[in-house]
Structures are given as structure tokens and as C-alpha cells.
Design a protein around this ligand. Structure first.
Ligand SMILES: [Zn+2]
Length: 68
């Protein structure tokens, strides 16, 4: 499926040629929007550095939760 795209990260613009791994991400999560799971406009290509899920795994989430 990646071949249908220019296959580069929508955030930083890097591609596999730049040595990053690319992921196809659902803009709206499948769990909440199952009807959009196969919707072409709901896909975006992210590299491993820009994928928010990976940031969380690396202990560096985009937004820190606030505990009161
Ligand atoms: Zn990126």
C-alpha cells in the first residue's frame, strides 16, 4: 500500500531512502471510526520518529498528562 503514496513522512518529509521506517497511520482511530478504516483519506504516512505511538513507547509523549 505504501507504493501508492510518495512514501514519505507527512511531518518531516523523510523517506526510506533517508533511513527511516515508515508507518501507515490512521488519522482517526479505527476503534472509534470503524467505517473509516479503509477510507483512503484517513491514512497518513509517518516515519518512526514522528509516529506519536512510538514517541510514547520511547517515554517521550508529545503532551505530558497533567496529574493533579
Ligand atoms: Zn517523520
Amino acid at each position: 500500500m505504501l507504493k501508492k503514496y510518495a512514501a514519505k513522512c507527512v511531518y518531516c518529509g523523510r523517506s526510506r531512502r533517508d533511513g527511516v521506517k515508515l508507518h501507515v497511520d490512521h488519522i482517526k482511530p479505527r476503534s472509534k471510526y470503524p467505517q473509516l478504516a479503509l477510507e483512503f483519506s484517513n491514512f497518513q504516512v509517518l516515519c518512526e520518529n514522528c509516529n506519536p505511538e512510538n514517541r510514547i513507547l520511547m517515554g517521550n509523549p508529545p503532551e505530558k498528562p497533567v496529574c493533579l
